[in-house]
Design a protein around this ligand. Structure first.
Ligand code: NAP
Length: 390
């Protein structure tokens, strides 16, 4: 054991202890890794992000886990993040990717009270488009296995669960319209509204997505490339819809406002149709909105997951139980139908985002990071000192 004296504190660096915590089943942790870094602010992810191939593997602090990522989730907002829209004061470079599933390969001493090396965890934290990510133990969620289905529950599942629970006022027989219904978060809004015994209408862009929506219980899928959504809603739902889970924005938002029933409520989940534009916004008929809402005592309310973090853990627990009990389909799109095949490795994040913006995905887009991407030639095993103060 080696002891170091620091001003005002006495720190212990125990290398044998470190090896115990940090070496995962003898596989070793490389000294260098790949990660995606935003080097230029732009909603065009290909212009914004760079794949760095020789970055140091980060060190976990006392309360942290070092997670070897096995799956990373693609979100519509990855391009808002790369455009600096989450924090206008952000400076490049910064790490990309919001969420991952992987195994703990190293951890700090405090983190070891709740986690062990080799454990499978899911997390929402910045920097998941990387081979390894340091994740604060307090945000890591143990999961039964390294499966992409668990990833779908993180941002996408909890957004649907929390927003509908807190703002939806769902009850039996209510009519719920979900836009982008066959996507990452839409699939959960459909299923959770069905669980609440609502009548669910879902918009999507293809016959295949319609069939998927039927398979998860959607009562009335509307393929907007085959039918006019406004006309269907006017004809089949003349009293209007009670709740809208609205992700698309622009003309779709306007149409959904027009379809609201008396005392109906529209939850603004996003406006994906605007994200690729320089402003990130989709124009809506804002001038007429107050009058339309007043005439129907209707409401429009925004929802942003970051503002509901206290509800996140409970939502995950609930969704994990539903999935374990066979009550929830977690549809994963691994890119198998994309022109270049499955999304494997960090290089594939670029085309996965393109694929989403070409409206090709059904379910949640997930990138796979197989262990083989940890190339042997970079495997110089690291031992991180565990350091604690008296
Ligand atoms: N508020 C929050 O905290 C929160 C959290 C997570 C997600 N979101 C929002 O939820 C929405 C869906 O996000 P997601 O990550 O789950 O994506 P996703 O639904 O898996 O993919 C986006 C889908 O949007 C539909 N879409 C319609 N118009 C589009 C357009 N002009 N460009 C691209 N896609 C279009 C497409 O489905 P069709 O082809 O079927 O139209 C596409 O597959 C986004 O608005 C996102 O910002 C919000």
């Amino acid at each position: 054991m080696q002891r170091l004296a620091l001003a005002g504190t006495r720190a212990i660096v125990d290398m044998s202890y470190a090896r115990h915590f940090l070496d995962f089943q003898g596989s070793g942790i490389p000294s260098a890794m790949q990660k995606l870094v935003v080097t230029r602010l732009s909603p065009n992810f290909r212009e914004a992000a760079t794949l760095l191939r020789d970055c140091p593997v980060p060190l976990p602090g006392d309360g942290d886990l070092l997670v070897r990522n096995r799956f990373a989730g693609v979100n519509a907002s990855d391009i808002n993040y790369s455009a600096g829209r989450y924090d206008p004061s952000v400076k490049t470079p910064f790490d990309a990717g919001f969420e991952g599933v992987g195994e703990v390969v190293a951890l700090g001493l405090s983190a070891s009270a709740a986690f062990t090396v080799g454990q499978a965890v899911a997390y929402v934290a910045p920097g998941s488009f990387a081979e390894y990510t340091v994740v604060p133990a307090r945000v890591a969620i143990p999961v039964p296995a390294l499966k992409p289905e668990y990833l779908t529950l993180l941002v996408s599942g909890t957004t649907a669960y929390i927003s509908l629970k807190e703002l939806g006022g769902l009850s039996e027989g209510k009519k719920v319209l979900v836009t982008a219904a066959a996507g990452g978060t839409g699939q959960f809004a459909v299923q959770l509204a069905k669980k609440a015994k609502c009548h669910v209408i879902g918009t999507c862009s293809s016959a295949e997505k319609s069939a998927f929506l039927k398979s998860v219980g959607c009562d009335r899928p509307i393929n907007y490339n085959a039918e006019h959504v406004g006309a269907v809603l006017r004809q089949e739902y003349p009293q209007g819809v009670d709740v809208v889970y609205e992700s698309v924005g622009g003309a779709t938002f306007d149409l959904a406002v027009d379809a609201l029933a008396t005392r109906g409520r529209l939850i603004v989940i996003g406006f994906v149709s605007g994200y690729q534009t320089p402003t990130g916004l989709s124009p809506v008929k804002a001038a007429t909105l107050p009058a339309k809402l007043l005439k129907k005592s209707a409401s429009v309310q925004g929802f942003f997951l970051n503002h509901y973090l206290p509800e996140f853990r409970g939502a995950m627990d609930h969704l994990l139980k539903m999935y374990a009990g066979g009550e929830l389909v977690c549809e994963v799109d691994t890119g198998i139908l994309s022109t270049e095949g499955r999304f494997i490795g960090l290089e594939s994040v670029f085309r996965a985002i393109d694929y989403m913006y070409m409206r090709k995905n059904t379910g949640k887009i997930v990138i796979e990071l197989p262990p083989s991407v940890n190339r042997k030639d970079r495997n110089h095993c690291l031992c991180f000192p565990v350091q604690f103060n008296y």
